[in-house]
Ligand binder design. Structure first.
Ligand code: LMR
Length: 344
């Protein structure tokens, strides 16, 4: 090769290499290429325990990853509603969801344990199960369907609202139609008292109540307040009959291909936000209850301990059915974790 040709080739190579080099070290290009986007879809309002915790998680991750991980939160069923979220996660249309445990129970029936009426005397006993070996085993069940449970969050205990009459004793349920969020235990608890149930996604409840397609529903104060059910319904019984909590879930395939540092950051931040979420859930439900009282649009009945005990005893058949389907050993194990606290 002639000398000039060698020089030209070397110049081309140098330019070429430096061009490649500049593409690789270009900060913007690298960030764009490597930026991890996590779409976090949920069905409730932003001003709820889940809604606020999702935002906090997104903000902390943004700051701690220097913007290289972006959690985009989509509240209010903006992307997907109940019944669509799991498939969207499996398809990779979203990377994180936080459905109610009742909805997880449609895939894993033992998760109905969280729905059993009056099983948990207080939030501490809920957390004991969540944070102990039973909670861990329940989260591990998700792996069977390619899902990973990162955390469990609270909303709180549910109450009853309806448009027909104050609900004080079991016979007051008779003939009423209640919206439920999932089949099984939740349906059974109403059928047990002679009420009917209609299965509806969360974002259809307002319309169903306003059009009279259902007479009532069960939910936490935070959901009742933010969905304005107190403006539609005449009676609320502070029954605290069942717990509403969430599983924060990712798709295993997505999770496993993340760099280990990213997974560590997400896990650590999730653990921190989970503690914050529990406190926030308690405070927010209390604050929003005060707001509901101030608005004074719904008649509120607070049952006595004796009235609650009567309900609890009358829920016998719901427990019986759960045990038949999920084994009495499982329920007994859960009770063992709860009872020592109750006896304290
Ligand atoms: C409901 O469907 O009533 C709740 O599960 C909504 C939620 O996510 O809190």
């Amino acid at each position: 090769m002639a000398r000039n040709s060698w020089i030209t080739l070397i110049i081309i190579l140098i330019l070429g290499l430096s061009g490649c080099g500049s593409r690789v070290v270009d900060g913007q290009q690298v960030n764009k290429k490597e930026k991890i986007i996590i779409k976090f879809s949920h069905v409730v309002n932003e001003n709820t325990p889940k809604g606020l915790a999702a935002i906090r998680f997104a903000q902390l991750i943004q700051a701690r990853s220097n913007g290289s991980i972006e959690v985009q939160v989509f509240p209010d069923s903006q992307l997907f509603k109940d019944g669509e979220e799991f498939e969207a996660l499996s398809r990779g249309d979203v990377q994180m969801i936080a459905p109610a445990t009742s909805k997880v129970s449609q895939l894993f029936p033992q998760w109905q344990i969280w729905d059993l009426p009056y099983l948990f005397p207080n939030l501490e006993s809920v957390h004991q199960i969540m944070d102990g070996p039973i909670g861990k085993a329940l989260l591990e069940q998700l792996e069977e369907k390619g899902l990973r449970g990162l955390a469990m969050w609270d909303n709180g205990f549910k109450h009853l609202t309806n448009n027909v009459q104050p609900i004080i004793k079991p016979s007051d349920f008779k003939g009423l139609r209640f919206r439920v969020m999932s089949p099984g235990v939740l349906q059974e608890q109403f059928n047990n008292f002679g009420a009917n149930t209609v299965l509806l996604p969360f974002n259809d409840v307002y319309e169903a109540l306003s059009e009279g397609n259902v007479d009532g529903q069960e939910n936490t104060i935070s959901n009742i307040y933010t969905q304005k059910f107190d403006q539609l319904q005449d009676y609320m019984t502070l029954s605290e009959h069942g717990f509403l909590g969430y599983a924060v879930i990712v798709n295993v395939e997505f999770w496993d291909q993340l760099p280990s540092q990213a997974r560590e950051l997400l896990e650590e931040t999730m653990a921190e936000v989970t503690l914050w979420e529990r406190e926030t859930a308690k405070e927010l439900n209390q604050m929003q209850f005060e707001e509901i009282k101030k608005k004074n649009l719904i008649e509120i009945y607070s049952p006595t301990a004796r009235e609650k005990r009567i309900w609890k005893e009358d829920f016998f058949s719901v427990y019986f059915k759960f045990q038949k389907e999920n084994g009495s050993d499982f329920l007994n194990d859960v009770k063992k974790w709860i009872e020592p606290r109750e006896n304290n």
